[in-house]
Design a protein around this ligand. Sequence first.
Ligand SMILES: N[C@@H](CCC(=O)N[C@@H](CS)C(=O)NCC(=O)O)C(=O)O
Length: 99
Amino acid sequence: MTAATLVAMTTLYRCKTPTDVLCACGKVARSLRREGIEFDEVRVPARKRDRPEVEDLTGQRWVPVLVHGDEVVHDSHRIVEHLDYLRGHEDASPVGAVR
Ligand SMILES: N[C@@H](CCC(=O)N[C@@H](CS)C(=O)NCC(=O)O)C(=O)O
């Protein structure tokens, strides 16, 4: 995956943990950085009951959630699998991706 791929099309909803080394959200952030994917971050409130936007996106309130073009993926394992899939199928990048 090239560094230019997916520019400005990727948003990571993540918790407030201020590091990329401690939790599932950080694991996804590390994977995105490793792939050279630029992404916006939305830090969600600590309590799940205060995360209605996460439920609107995914039907549940856990983060991390990755919004990637038209795709919305939740659960860090599924997100990492999604990134692995994209690495093998660059044609799967959303319409409008910079290549
Ligand atoms: N199995 C999930 C775990 C996700 C997880 O633990 N998320 C934390 C933030 S890193 C969370 O949303 N916690 C909310 C809570 O405990 O109420 C994954 O790997 O994505």
